[in-house]
Design a protein around this ligand. Structure first.
Ligand SMILES: [Zn+2]
Length: 178
């Protein structure tokens, strides 16, 4: 980056270094001679890092949303809460008997979902849960960005890593549930 060393009479635009009347480098408090350029470069680097991380996170979030096992667990939780609410509303035996059909229906649905969930988890064997994989990926990227300065390299690494995780998770979500 090339920063001009121009004098300015506007105090707001002047370098904060004592007695320096050169123009500040954009988004910094100092002119190019007094560290402004370096500070701008650092800011740029941090911006690229933050951008890489958020881009990577957005990609991972997209396919976490379709996590089958998470969906199943959510559905089970919802059905269980519905069942609990229903049971809590029934105060007498007569009411219980009147709603017996709906309740046993709900219990059957929960049972079916729970066994689907178990089958799916079993078929995944010792694989990590998808959310754990994504979390692990995020932390790996954070470690890399901490130690590597080359933003192009970081971009390539995160992109390949996201591809890899996508391949792994795609292979697993194609597992049949019935
Ligand atoms: Zn200066």
């Amino acid at each position: 980056m090339n920063h001009e060393m121009k004098k300015t009479s506007n105090e707001d635009e002047q370098c904060l270094f004592p007695d320096c009347s050169l123009k500040k480098v954009e988004n910094t408090d100092y002119c190019a001679r007094h560290g402004g350029a370096r500070s701008a470069k650092l800011q740029e680097k941090q911006r690229v890092r933050a951008y890489n991380l958020s881009k990577y996170k957005a990609r991972l979030d997209r396919f976490t949303e379709s996590s089958t096992i998470t969906d199943l667990r959510d559905e089970i939780a919802i059905l269980r809460m519905t069942l609990e609410a229903k049971l809590n509303n029934l105060e007498t035996d007569t009411e219980l008997i009147a709603h017996a059909h709906g309740i046993s229906d709900l219990i059957l649905k929960i049972e079916k979902l729970v066994s689907s969930c178990h089958r799916l988890e079993k078929s995944m064997g010792n694989f990590l849960d998808k959310n754990t994989v994504v979390q692990l990926g995020m932390e790996i990227v954070q470690i890399i960005t901490k130690h590597v300065d080359d933003s192009k390299a970081i971009d390539n690494v995160t992109s390949d890593l996201a591809d890899l995780l996508q391949r792994i998770t795609d292979a697993r979500t194609t597992t049949e549930i019935d």
